[in-house]
Design a protein around this ligand. Sequence first.
Ligand SMILES: Nc1ncnc2c1ncn2[C@@H]1O[C@H](COP(=O)(O)OP(=O)(O)OP(=O)(O)O)[C@@H](O)[C@H]1O
Ligand SMILES: [Mg+2]
Length: 375
Amino acid sequence: MIVTKAVFRDFRNVRDEEIGFSPTVNVLWGSNAQGKSNILEGIWYFARGRSFRGAHDRDMIRQGYPFSRIGVSVEREGEKYPVELTAELPREGRKRLLRNGAPLSSVSEMIGNLRAVLFCPSHLSVVNGGPAERRSFLDVAISQLDPGYIRDLSLYRASYSHRAALLRLFASGRDVSSAEWEVWAEHMSDAASRIAAARYEYSLKLSRHVVSFFEEMTGGAEIPSISYKSHLLGGAEDGYDPAEGKKLLFEKLTANVEREAAAGSTLWGIHKDDLRLSLDGSDARLFASQGQQRSFALAMKLSEGEISREKSGEYPVFLLDDVFSELDSSRRKYITERLLGRQIIVTSCEPSVVPEGAGAARFIEIRNGSVAGVR
Ligand SMILES: Nc1ncnc2c1ncn2[C@@H]1O[C@H](COP(=O)(O)OP(=O)(O)OP(=O)(O)O)[C@@H](O)[C@H]1O
Ligand SMILES: [Mg+2]
C-alpha cells in the first residue's frame, strides 16, 4: 500500500499544498518548525482518525481560519483505482470523512483504508513508559488489522464505565443485586476474552519479529523477548484459552466487589494488561541503554509492519518522524536497508540522513509550510 499524493488546505501551518510521494523513500527535510511533522500528522490522520500528538481536530486547523481539509490518495496492490480519503475539519460543527467522495459514518469505517506504521520520538515510551503505553501500542496495531477488535474495545470500555458507576453507587450505600453484578461481569469478561486472545496472538508474532530484527541489527549480540501479561492468562505462560480467560475474569468481577468498591476502581481486566519487554533477560525499561531502548521501540514498530503484511499481503506505509537522528550510523544504515522495498516517509533536518540514490529516494524540502523543492 502506498500514498501517492497528499493534499492540505489550512492544516496547521500548511496553507494550500499538494505533495506527490515516491513509492519508495521520501525525505521531508528542512529547518525546525517548518511543517515536516505537520505533514506526517495529516497523513497519519487517515490511518487512525486522530492526531498522533494527542491534539484535538480543531487544534490542527490553521490558526485564524474556520476550516481545514486534508486528503490522501492510496494505491493498493492489484487495485486499478486509488482510494481517495478526505477529512473536512470545521472549527464549529461536525467533521466529515469521505471515501471516494462518499461520506463515511464513523472513524472506524475509515480505519483500514490506509494502513500505516508511525514512529516518532515520543514512542520511546513504549519501552520506558508505563503499561498504558504498551497497551496503546497493541490497540493501535491490532485495530488497523481487525475492525472487530475496535468494536470489542468499545464494548469493553462501555461496560467498564457502567460497572464503575455501579461501584461508586455501591460504595455510597446503594444495594446492588448479585444479578446486576453478573450482568456487567458477563459483558466485560466476554469482550475482554476476545481482546486478550487478539493481544496474546499479536504478542507472539511481535516477539518473533523483534527477536529477528535484533539478531540482524546486532549480529546476535543482544537478545530481546516480549511476553503478554494479563489477568485473563491466569498464570498460563504458553497458550491462552478464551473460554478459560472469560471464566477467570467473570469470577474475579463477581467475587470481589466489596474490595473494588473500597479501592474505588475495577481491579481486574484487560485495562491492566502489559507487555513484558526484556533484553538479555533483564527488564528493558530498567536496564537497557538509551540506544537499546530506541532500537527496541523501533524494532517493535518495524515488526508491526511485518505483521501487517502477513495479515494483508501488503506492507503498510512507514511514517517516521525524526527517527534517524537518534541512532548511531550502523543502526541507521541497517534500518534504511531493512526498509527498502517499502514506502517510507521520513522527516529530518538534513536531507543526508538517507544516501542520495537509495531506493530512488525523493527529497522534499519543506519551508514555512510549503514545498520549497523536490529532487
Ligand atoms: N493550528 C496551527 N495553525 C498554524 N500554525 C500551526 C498550527 N499548529 C502548529 N503550527 C505551526 O507549525 C509549525 C511547524 O510545526 P512542525 O512540528 O511540523 O515542525 P517541524 O518541521 O516538524 O520541525 P522540527 O524539525 O522542529 O520537528 C510550528 O512552528 C507551529 O507554530
Ligand atoms: Mg518535527
